[in-house]
Design a protein around this ligand. Structure first.
Ligand code: FMN
Length: 148
C-alpha cells in the first residue's frame, strides 16, 4: 500500500485541521497515512514515503515558523527523487505575504528532486466549504499522479 506522510506546524489549529482533511481524503482513497506535528518527526522520515506533504501557517517575518525551521533546513538536504510532494497551509489575507511559507516549502521540495503532485492549497484562516473541496482535490491529484 502506498504511504503518505503529512507533517504540519500549527499554532491555533487551523493548519492541523487542514492536514486532517487531506489525511482523511487520502485514507478514503486507500493510502496509508501518517500524520505528525513537525516537532515529532525528522525530515528524513519522508524517505519512507511515496507522498510527502507539508502543512504550515505563516507569521509575518518571512521566515518559516520556529518549530518547523530545523525540519525545513533538513528537507533542503534530502534527495526525494521519485516521490510526490504537496504543500498546504493557512494564513490570513489581511497580510501582504499571504501564506508565503507554503511557497517556501514548495521551493524546498523542488530542490529535493521530488515531483509536485498537486497545486498548493492556501487557506484563509480556518477551512470552509470551498477550501475543503480544494483540499480534497489536492489529495485526489496526489493519488492520481501516484497511479500514473
Ligand atoms: N498570515 C499570512 O498569510 N501571512 C502573514 O504574514 C501572517 N502574519 C501573522 C502574524 C501574526 C502576529 C499573527 C497572529 C497571524 C499572522 N498570520 C499571517 C495569520 C496566520 O497564519 C493565521 O492565523 C493562520 O490561520 C494560523 O494557522 P494555525 O491555526 O495553523 O496556527
Amino acid at each position: 500500500m502506498a504511504i503518505a506522510k503529512i507533517v504540519y506546524a500549527s499554532l491555533t489549529g487551523n493548519t492541523e485541521e487542514i492536514a486532517d482533511i487531506v489525511a482523511e481524503r487520502l485514507e478514503d482513497k486507500g493510502i496509508d497515512v501518517e500524520i505528525n506535528e513537525c516537532t515529532q518527526v525528522d525530515a528524513d522520515d519522508f524517505l519512507d514515503a511515496d507522498i510527502c506533504i507539508v502543512g504550515s501557517y505563516t507569521y509575518d517575518d518571512l521566515l518559516v515558523p520556529d518549530e518547523i525551521a530545523d525540519f525545513y533546513d533538513d528537507l533542503l538536504e534530502l534527495d526525494l527523487t521519485g516521490k510526490l510532494y504537496g504543500v498546504v497551509g493557512s494564513g490570513d489575507t489581511f497580510y501582504p505575504c499571504f501564506c508565503q511559507v507554503v511557497d517556501q516549502f514548495d521551493k524546498a521540495f523542488q530542490s529535493t528532486g521530488a515531483k509536485k503532485g498537486a497545486e498548493s492549497v492556501k487557506v484563509d484562516l480556518a477551512a470552509e466549504e470551498d477550501d475543503i473541496v480544494a483540499l480534497e482535490a489536492f489529495a485526489d491529484s496526489l493519488v492520481q499522479q501516484l497511479n500514473n
